[in-house]
Design a protein around this ligand. Structure first.
Ligand SMILES: Nc1ncnc2c1ncn2[C@@H]1O[C@H](COP(=O)(O)OP(=O)(O)OP(=O)(O)O)[C@@H](O)[C@H]1O
Ligand SMILES: [Mg+2]
Length: 278
């Protein structure tokens, strides 16, 4: 379980987090959705012990991230936003170095690495140098690395950034599988579909503050069911309808150019913050 109470973080002149309060339950998949610079990575860095908070409290499974740093770090694994694998080493060498850092006994190390490579479908890439892997494989290797010590909580900072749609879906399936095996997942994203597809609950974060926390279904429902984008001269205006027939009647009565679609989380984000996520 993750508990954050009145968390603040200030870098010199920037207040990156403003009074953040949040609780993520055991085995939940929680998504932090927000635009660039919203404070997503800062939150993860504080929770994983990479940055100190300015004030407030953060705990992982009851361990305060500062006063019980060693214990709280043992609770979690992190896949950072930027790829930080050793490019000149092979897949298995990257995993071995990390397992040694966790002082895993040799036999346990070898079997755990085999098991995880199979889990992320990379058993046939053991000896490949990291610099020769595709972007999606590097992400999957970082996920395997983060899972080596079987953490209760997995932090994924923008897990599919820069990947094509097919690979993104493959990573989504892997994330679901990790959750189904009992791991709590906290992920950040600025991909609407990613939060919609994966998350049990979503927090919108904007400019260091949490705007709202709810299930994707509840957040979308507040806008209606159907969104009608109307192109008028150079401007796109969106109208919302609960009933598809009402939307079609509106289209029939007007001469603009229309796109009718299902409401998504971007509509909710826009309604609550006045801006788009992407
Ligand atoms: N080390 C640092 N020193 C100074 N300012 C920082 C530092 N790290 C982050 N910031 C600032 O804190 C704010 C939040 O940054 P953060 O990286 O947490 O955002 P983010 O939501 O992860 O954004 P992105 O989607 O671009 O990854 C930004 O204004 C950023 O410029
Ligand atoms: Mg970030």
């Amino acid at each position: 379980m993750i508990r954050i109470l009145n968390l603040n973080k200030t870098y010199k002149s920037t207040q990156a987090l403003k009074d953040v309060n949040l609780q993520v339950d055991k085995k939940e998949l929680f998504a932090f959705l927000g635009p660039n610079g919203a404070g997503k990575t800062t939150t993860i860095r504080i929770l994983t012990g990479l940055t100190q908070k300015s004030s407030g409290t953060a705990q992982l499974n009851g361990f305060d991230v500062e006063t019980f740093g060693v214990e709280s770090r043992r609770q979690c694994g992190l896949v950072p936003q930027a790829i930080n694998l050793d490019r000149e080493l092979s897949v298995i060498e990257n995993l071995n170095i990390h397992a040694r850092l966790f002082r895993m006994p040799r036999e346990q190390r070898e079997s755990r690495i085999e098991e995880l490579l199979e889990y992320v479908e990379m058993s046939d890439r053991k000896s490949t140098l990291v610099k020769n892997l595709s972007g999606g494989m590097k992400r999957r290797l970082m996920m395997a690395r983060a899972l080596l010590h079987s953490p209760a909580i997995l932090f994924l900072d923008e897990p599919t950034v820069g990947l094509d749609a097919g690979m993104r879906r493959k990573i989504w399936a892997l994330i679901r599988k990790i959750q189904q095996n009992g791991t709590t997942i906290f992920l950040t994203t600025h991909y609407i579909e990613e939060a919609e597809f994966l998350a049990n609950r979503v927090a919108f974060i904007d400019n260091g503050s949490i705007v709202v926390v709810d299930t994707p279904e509840n957040l979308m429902k507040q806008q209606g069911t159907w969104a009608l984008d109307c192109l008028k001269e150079d401007d796109i205006k969106t109208l919302y309808f609960n009933d598809r027939k009402e939307a079609n009647d509106y289209i029939a009565a007007h001469k603009d150019s229309f796109t009718l679609r299902r409401v998504n989380l971007e509509d909710s984000f826009l309604a609550l913050t006045g801006k788009k996520v992407q």
